[in-house]
Design a protein around this ligand. Structure first.
Ligand code: FMN
Length: 267
């Protein structure tokens, strides 16, 4: 059975999970959602089993993932599953949101949905875990991914998890997020450590960064994935004074080249 997994990622957690699932399923194609962002029309997956993997943002979907789901035509798919990666709790709200978008479009939604807890990366609010703590979280994430691959390989249908607290959080904070997300890059700046390497522009899934006279300029269609801040090799990108001291994070099984998700940035 052929599988296609669509993924969105800022710092590699969701890609790492997608890769691990693909390795178990075999005959599986990984497609960055960012590579389809500038295209138009319906997206018809050329596979019987379809997966969608992404991070949880403000108890909901990244805006680009929501837009992608609205274009997805699953009429030829036999089985659709989703995996949401997150730094805390409340993944059910993201899964429910995705399910509802798919249902509105084609009458049926996800056959199964899973949450995988991974290191949190919202550097505007906190530092990502480091050292032993990070190793423990990643080991637990591997266990969670291993536990979901069996049901997905067998195309098992599962009721989606649901939680009242996650639903309330989604209702309270997600609308605020969607209003601000694209222009929150106004908080971003670059300091004199910048070497003009262009990594930030190359890995931005939204193509939101242009190098102008050797410096990144943000174009206000940000997804707030925080990839530019985390992946900059010299930590030259900040979002206010607080991020200067916060640690940077990249999932250790994902390379900077892997994070180049738009076709124009592929080597
Ligand atoms: C803008 C933003 C919002 C986030 N919101 C949540 C959240 O509501 N709940 C949560 O548990 N984690 C949240 N996180 C953490 C990410 O969901 C988590 O670290 C995810 O695994 C990152 O995946 P990635 O490495 O594929 O980008 C947020 C991260 C960002 C950047």
């Amino acid at each position: 059975m052929k599988t296609i997994i669509y993924y969105f990622t800022g710092t590699g957690n969701s890609l790492a999970a997608a890769k691990k699932i693909a390795a178990v399923l075999g005959d599986c194609e990984l497609v960055p959602i960012a590579s389809l962002h500038k295209t138009s029309g319906d997206i018809v997956p050329p596979a019987e089993r379809v997966g969608i993997v992404y991070p949880l943002y403000f108890s909901g979907l990244p805006v680009m993932v929501a837009g992608f789901a609205r274009r997805l035509d699953l009429s030829h798919a036999d089985y659709t599953f989703s995996v949401v990666t997150l730094g805390g709790a409340g993944g059910s709200a993201g899964l429910q949101q995705l399910d509802s978008i798919l249902r509105k479009r084609q009458g049926h939604g996800l056959d199964a949905g899973f949450s995988v807890t991974m290191p949190g990366n919202y550097i505007l609010m906190y530092s990502s875990p480091t050292g032993k703590k990070q190793i423990e979280i990643l080991a637990w994430a591997d266990e969670q991914v291993a536990a979901l691959t069996g049901p997905v390989a067998r195309c098992e249908k599962r009721a989606l998890p649901s939680s009242l607290i996650s639903h309330v959080l989604h209702t309270l904070i997600y609308p605020w997020f969607t209003c601000h997300v694209h222009t929150d890059d106004r908080k971003f700046s670059v300091n004199d450590k910048c070497t003009s390497c262009g990594t930030c522009a190359a890995i931005c899934p939204a193509g939101n960064i242009e190098m102008v006279q050797g410096r990144p300029v943000w174009k206000h269609h940000c997804e707030l994935c925080c990839g530019c801040i985390h992946i900059c090799p010299v930590q030259a990108i900040q979002a206010g004074a607080k991020t200067e001291k916060r640690v940077r994070y990249r999932n250790p099984s994902v390379s900077i080249t892997d994070l180049k998700q738009r076709p124009e940035e592929k080597p």
